[in-house]
Design a protein around this ligand. Structure first.
Ligand code: NAD
Length: 488
């Protein structure tokens, strides 16, 4: 199941400042086992069929659900330590989200596991055809730091529901959450089913030197590309949940007050470190100055006059990341905010008045609490501007005009999004979550997770009492006529 490829060694991304990764020669799981030992354990466990029955999958999901509930306070505390995450935000996005994903899987799993009967058609009748969902085997899940609990657990529960064993590698940049994931999973699962490897890029790279039955990666497009290169060498299938610049379009006819409130909320949640946050805002020139004023008023209403004192405003993950964001702020016209304290990993909610697309803020994903606002003249220009960039993970449009809504939602390609809202495309667990183009490959959540972590096996069950000789040589005119009638 897992094969080592020692030839893989080069990688474009090196020397991350917070890389506390283990050495490549001494990669050990959280309970001190080598990757080779884990591979053997998990392969034997999987091949023995232990992960397959519905009862086992459901029991494991229940165990995880209860463990998350039992560890609620520790989850909120770890997210607060690592990211200064406000308690209510963590409750919703880390704790509650993970629980509701498990509940949805448990509710539907039995039904999704059932083989799906397909019409056999005349060529197979009276035989039967069905699609069987089978587990893939051993999957690798690599997580990011911005929602460090949810973005490891949500794919993991999909992998468990589909009957797989898993190796999990949380982000090194949120060490308290990473340790907590080890503790929670270690308390309820044996490493035969779930093993955790802590560490940074080096640990990831070492794990990626093996062939996996599936790799589920969440992180930046740059690292995702490197993961895909490594996976190609071992021919491991991948799901890549990546990032990019997600546009938000505010047209002149929308409910501007509501738009400003929802955009401000979506942008500054988790201090802007949300993969589906509106990255930049394109506003019709006629309402731009009013929009800027309304967003500023919302920032004050949400986080007070001094957001540093607000219990509802988070921190940047590291000083290094904070410095990068401060450089952006110094490069342009600050309309509101721009107050930083790098030692405290703090940058206030910042609104920037941007004149054109050449601004440094428009060259890469911001991934922080900076909202560039740019004026546009007409929707055709907006479509052109968005198309000039890579296809985004999310897109948001605030408008009333049905033609504009139709134009944008039909003519632009994006992972998912909202009309007259932000972020809410993630709330329904029966909708796929994933990118398109350079913002990702594949999707998950609910039934889409089950499908991502399952192989769809096509099965024909033929009878053995009846055999039409039509398909067998030698062929003749009569057979040719029948085929002509059936297929021609
Ligand atoms: P990242 O790509 O730097 O790191 C993600 C994971 O990859 C971490 O576990 C890290 O240790 C590991 N890693 C780092 N360098 C590596 C390398 N060279 N080879 C293999 N693994 C390596 O991403 P991040 O900084 O943790 O997260 C921010 C990015 O993730 C943003 O671009 C954001 O948009 C994106 N993101 C996407 C989603 C989504 O669901 N689409 C969700 C959250 C974040």
């Amino acid at each position: 199941m897992l094969h080592h490829d020692p030839s893989i060694s080069s990688d474009p991304i090196e020397n991350r400042p917070e890389n506390h990764g283990q050495s490549t020669t001494n990669l050990l799981s959280s309970r001190g086992q080598t990757i080779e030992a884990i591979n053997k354990l998990q392969k034997d466990y999987f091949d023995a069929g232990h992960t397959r029955p519905w009862e086992t999958r459901d029991k494991n999901l229940r165990l995880l659900l209860e463990a998350i509930q039992d560890n609620k306070e520790r989850i909120l505390a770890a997210a607060a330590k690592d990211l200064g995450k406000p308690e209510t935000e963590s409750f919703i996005t880390e704790y509650g989200f993970s629980l509701s994903e498990i509940r949805n899987l448990r509710k539907n799993l039995k039904r999704w596991m059932k083989p799906k009967r397909i019409n056999p058609g005349i060529l197979i009748s009276p035989g039967k055809t069905r699609i069987v969902s089978e587990p893939l085997g051993q999957v690798l899940i690599i997580g990011p730091w911005n929602y460090p609990i949810q973005l490891v657990l949500a794919p993991l529960v999909g992998a468990i529901a589909a009957g797989n064993c898993a190796v999990v590698k949380p982000s090194e940049l949120t060490p308290n959450c990473s340790k907590l994931i080890c503790d929670i999973l270690g308390e309820i699962f044996s490493e035969e089913l779930i093993a955790v490897f802590e560490g940074g890029a080096q640990t990831s790279k070492e794990l990626l030197n093996y062939r996996w039955d599936h790799i589920f990666f969440t992180g930046s497009t740059k690292v995702g590309r490197s993961v895909a290169e490594r996976a190609a060498k071992t021919l491991s299938p991948t799901t890549l949940e990546l990032g990019g610049k997600s546009p938000c379009i505010v047209s002149e006819d929308c409910n501007l007050k509501l738009a400003a409130r929802r955009v401000t909320w979506g942008k500054f949640m988790n201090a802007g470190q949300t993969c589906v946050a509106p990255d930049y805002v394109l506003v019709h020139h006629s309402v731009k100055s009013e929009f800027l004023k309304l967003c500023t008023a919302n920032v004050k209403q949400f986080y007070g006059e001094d957001p540093m004192k607000s219990r509802d405003y988070g921190r940047i993950v590291s000083k290094h990341h904070c410095e990068r964001l401060v450089n952006f702020v110094e490069s342009g016209r600050v309309y509101h905010g721009g107050v930083a304290n790098i030692e405290e990993r703090y940058l206030s909610p910042t609104i920037m008045d941007i004149v054109d697309d050449n601004d440094p803020l428009m060259q890469e994903e911001i991934f922080g609490p900076i909202m560039p606002v740019i004026a546009y003249d007409n929707i055709a220009d907006v479509i052109k501007k968005v198309r000039e960039k890579e296809r985004p993970l999310a897109l948001y449009l605030f408008a009333k005009d049905e033609k504009v809504i139709e134009d944008i939602s039909r003519n632009l390609s994006f992972g998912g999004g909202c009309i007259n809202d932000t972020i809410m495309q993630l709330v329904n667990h029966n909708m796929p979550f994933g990118g398109v183009g350079s913002s990702g490959i594949g999707s998950y959540h609910g039934p889409f997770s089950f499908d991502t972590f399952s192989h769809k096996k096509a099965l024909v069950v033929q009878n053995s009492w009846f055999d039409i000789p039509l398909r067998y040589p030698p062929f003749n005119k009569l057979k040719a006529m029948v085929f002509e009638g059936l297929l021609g």
